[in-house]
Design a protein around this ligand. Structure first.
Ligand SMILES: C[S@@+](CC[C@H](N)C(=O)[O-])C[C@H]1O[C@@H](n2cnc3c(N)ncnc32)[C@H](O)[C@@H]1O
Length: 255
């Protein structure tokens, strides 16, 4: 059995939650979430919806800031964990393309690491416009999967792995297109920032192993190459020599 065979489960919800918890606990991630809340410019008591809320960390933080925060997610496991962690929050099972909110009900709309997996991001943005009051604010946040930087002794293999993994994602480069998507959907005052998330420890090892597995399954690398690459990254983590940098795009705009 190849080393990476044991890591295919990184796409399951429990593993995703574990990785998100570790990544979102980093001070830089907390600062980035805070910046996304700033871009929403919420008046006190305003209604805000966090779409693809996952375990609802942002929903709880927005509620703490005084907003009437609603989380929406499709995955019942995510919502069960969210309710276990934050019993008082309002989270609802729904699709980003069909939000359980009235027209113009929200002053703020946020989606963090979500649009790359949506079947139809345009439909989700149209739905964002429907639920936002005129003058309401949207913040989209997410990584560019095609430009993940990974230090490795095998740069050519690394490039193949990163690109092959990106190709398995419905919209791997959507984060760099946020501005144009927002403009095309009729939003204005569009602003874009890029913040680089830097990882120097083992936090992302399950994700990196998942990259190698995906590249192997896509036929872009062999199973042996996947094993060698994951072993190198595991060794780097043990020796404190990991360097992964991920560009995180943050776009804000007005309805
Ligand atoms: C990578 S997670 C990010 C979770 C959270 N925003 C965070 O930053 O921790 C993506 C989330 O989007 C949710 N999701 C995927 N497709 C969705 C859809 N069509 N409608 C609503 N949520 C969706 C997933 O269930 C998952 O919880």
């Amino acid at each position: 059995m190849h080393v990476t065979d044991t890591h295919t489960a990184y796409t399951d919800t429990d593993t995703l939650i574990r990785v998100l918890d570790a990544a979102e606990a980093m001070p830089a991630a907390a600062r980035l979430r805070a910046r996304s809340y700033e871009l929403l410019r919420l008046p006190p008591g305003a209604t805000v919806v966090d779409v693809g809320c996952g375990t609802a960390r942002a929903v709880a933080e927005l509620a703490e800031l005084g907003a009437r925060a609603i989380g929406v997610d499709l995955d019942p496991t995510m919502l069960a964990v969210a309710r276990g962690r934050f019993p008082d929050i309002d989270v609802r099972a729904a699709d980003a393309a069909e939000l359980p909110l009235d027209d113009g009900q929200a002053h703020g709309y946020r989606a963090d690491k979500v649009y790359h997996v949506l079947p139809d991001p345009h439909a989700a943005l149209a739905e964002a416009r429907r639920v936002l009051v005129p003058g309401g604010r949207i913040a989209l946040l997410g990584q560019d999967w095609d430009t993940i930087v990974i230090d490795s002794d095998q740069p050519e293999l690394t490039r193949r792995i990163v690109h092959a993994r990106a190709d398995t994602i419905p919209h791997p480069r959507i984060a760099r297109a946020y501005r144009n998507l927002l403009l095309d959907a009729g939003f204005h005052d569009v602003e874009v920032e890029v913040h680089t998330a830097v990882f120097t420890d083992a936090t992302l090892l399950p994700i990196l192993a998942g990259h190698a597995t995906a590249a192997d399954q896509a036929g872009a690398i062999t199973g042996d190459e996947a094993d060698t690459w994951v072993s190198e990254q595991t060794r780097r983590a043990q020796d404190d020599r990991v360097l992964v940098a991920i560009p995180m795009f943050l776009a804000g705009a007005t309805r």
